[in-house]
Write a protein that binds this ligand. Sequence first.
Ligand SMILES: [Zn+2]
Length: 205
Amino acid sequence: MEMSRRQGAQGVAVPVSLIFNIDYTPGNHYLYCMERRIRHYPDPFLRQQSEEVSEVDGSIQDLIQDMFSAMEEERGIGLAAPQIGVAKRVVVVSIEDKNFSRLALINPVIVHLSTETDVREEGCLSLPGVNADVERPVEAVVRGTTRNGRLVEISARGLRARILQHEIDHLDGVLFIDRLTTKERKSLEGELVDLERQYALLTSS
Ligand SMILES: [Zn+2]
């Protein structure tokens, strides 16, 4: 998930990431970007169901590290493994909060959602330049496994709860644009068509 310009962590504006944000300087992380680049809408990979992780081994630790790197490079606040092309049920979250600063959750499951909802603007690193108001439950209880193999249950409220819901949606191939009102979705048509054109260009070369 991506902070919108309006939200910004602790009031600091965070720029919306650009689609061609790849560093071409030889010998640096260009190859890394190609390997673990963030998939953009309408990449069909984003629509698939991710698999449960059966064992928290070295490959999962590497994946989590790559996810934190990719997310922080793009100044995101949450990322799901399918966004970097890995269909595994792993999410990472990083927000400015002493209780919850940097968290990786493996096989996260939502066990409770409040009936109370609120509406906040969301963005997504897989939909650069697209922001919209999304209604979601205010509270979520999520169970999962930490990178140390510890089973945890997290009660989250507000932004934390929202990020977890947004990222867990990715594991089931759901994007925040699927949760918009018809009117809101219609207002984004131009931006989505632009992303579809850019994707077609990238995949045709
Ligand atoms: Zn997202």
